[in-house]
Write a protein that binds this ligand. Structure first.
Ligand SMILES: NC(=O)c1ccc[n+]([C@@H]2O[C@H](COP(=O)([O-])OP(=O)(O)OC[C@H]3O[C@@H](n4cnc5c(N)ncnc54)[C@H](OP(=O)(O)O)[C@@H]3O)[C@@H](O)[C@H]2O)c1
Length: 292
C-alpha cells in the first residue's frame, strides 16, 4: 500500500489513479475525500499536521509516501514557513512509521537563494526530505496542465470572456508545461528505483508566455485583443477582478516568477504529452467557467 497526500486533489488524484492501475492500494491523507472519484482501492485518513501520533498511525504499513502537500500562497495566517514545518512533521512521521520511500513533489528551480518565497520554501522542504534518512525521489514539475488545472483554465476563461487580455512585459519568458498525468507517471517511475533521485518533471515543448496565450486563444476561438502591459498594470487588472471571481487570480510572486522563468526546465524532458495536442483535444471544455 502507498500513501498519497490529497488523492482527491489535483496532482494527487492522478498519482492515485496511476497507482490503482498498477494494482497498488492507496491511502489518501487529506482534509477531505471525494468518494465519487474512487469507488474502490482508496482508503481515506484525515490529514491534520497538529495530530502527530495519528499521522504516524496513518503512515504505518506504507511502502511509498507521495507528498503533494503545499500552499499556493500565504493565507489565513499560514505563511510558507508554516507549510515547511508541516512538511517536516509529515516526513518525521513517515520516518517513525518506517515508510520505505518518499516521493516529494517540489517545483522546478526550487532554490534556497530564490527571490521568491514559494521557491525558497520548496527548497527548504527538499532539504527536509534529503535529511530524513528515508530513500527519496524529489520531483520538480514546471507548469502542470490538465483539465483540473487552474492557470491554463482561467487563462482560457479570460480569453473567452474579456475583450482584452493583458500580457505582462514582452511575453517572451519561457515555460515548459508538463501534463499532470506525466507528472504522476514520472513520480511513480521514480519510486521504483532504489537510490535517491532529484529530477525535473517537464514537458517536451518550450513555449514563451505569449505563445502559450496565443495557443489557448486560438484553441478556444477567442477574439480577445492581446495587449502588452507593464507587470503592475496586469496585477492591478487581476486584483480588480478578484472580488468578481472571489479568488486570487494571480499573486505578485506568481507573475514575477513566471517572468523570471521559474517554471522553465533545462533538463531533457521526461513528459511526453504535447501541450498543443492536449489543448486541441480539450479546447471545448476549457475556460467555460472560472476555476477557483
Ligand atoms: N500546479 C502546478 O502547476 C504545479 C507546478 C509545480 C509544482 N507543483 C506542486 O505540485 C504539488 C501539488 O500541487 P497541485 O497543483 O496538485 O495543487 P493542490 O491540488 O492544491 O495540491 C496541494 C495539496 O496540499 C493540500 N493542502 C493544502 N493545505 C493543506 C492543509 N492545511 N492541510 C492539509 N492539506 C493541505 C491540498 O489539500 P486540499 O485538496 O484539501 O486543499 C492538496 O492535497 C504541490 O507541492 C505544488 O507545489 C504544482
Amino acid at each position: 500500500m502507498d500513501a498519497v497526500t490529497g488523492a482527491s486533489s489535483y496532482t494527487g488524484r492522478y498519482i492515485a489513479r496511476e497507482l490503482l492501475a498498477l494494482g497498488r492500494s492507496v491511502r489518501s491523507l487529506a482534509r477531505y475525500h471525494d468518494a465519487r472519484l474512487f469507488t474502490e482501492g482508496v482508503e481515506w485518513r484525515e490529514l491534520r499536521f497538529s495530530r502527530r501520533s495519528e499521522l504516524v498511525e496513518s503512515l504505518k504499513g506504507i511502502d511509498t509516501l507521495y507528498n503533494t502537500y503545499w500552499i499556493r500562497f500565504p493565507r489565513d495566517g499560514q505563511e510558507f514557513d508554516h507549510a515547511v514545518n508541516s512538511t517536516a512533521t509529515l516526513i518525521q512521521a513517515a520516518r517513525e512509521a518506517k515508510v520505505q520511500r518518499v516521493v516529494h513533489i517540489s517545483v522546478s528551480n526550487a532554490d534556497a537563494s530564490s527571490p521568491f518565497p514559494y521557491f525558497r520554501g520548496k527548497a527548504a522542504t527538499e532539504e527536509i526530505v534529503r535529511q530524513s534518512g528515508i530513500v527519496y525521489a524529489i520531483i520538480r514539475p514546471t507548469l502542470v496542465f490538465g483539465v483540473e488545472d487552474i492557470l491554463i483554465h482561467n487563462m482560457a476563461w479570460l480569453l473567452r470572456h474579456a475583450p482584452l487580455y493583458p500580457i505582462p512585459g514582452d511575453g517572451q519568458y519561457r515555460t515548459r508545461p508538463v501534463y499532470v498525468g506525466d507528472v504522476a507517471r514520472i513520480a511513480i517511475d521514480a519510486a521504483a528505483g532504489t537510490s535517491n533521485l532529484v529530477t525535473d518533471a517537464a514537458g517536451p515543448d518550450v513555449l514563451t508566455y505569449e505563445e502559450l496565450v496565443r495557443a489557448i486563444r486560438s484553441a478556444v476561438r477567442s477574439r480577445s485583443w492581446l495587449l502588452h502591459v507593464p507587470p503592475p498594470v496586469a496585477l492591478a487588472a487581476a486584483w480588480g477582478m478578484n472580488p468578481l471571481v472571489r479568488d486570487v487570480i494571480v499573486t505578485s510572486e506568481e507573475l514575477h516568477g513566471l517572468m523570471h522563468e521559474v517554471v522553465m526546465s533545462h533538463e531533457p524532458p521526461k513528459g511526453t504529452t504535447r501541450f498543443r495536442e492536449w489543448l486541441s483535444q480539450h479546447a471545448d471544455g476549457l475556460g467555460r467557467t472560472y476555476a477557483s
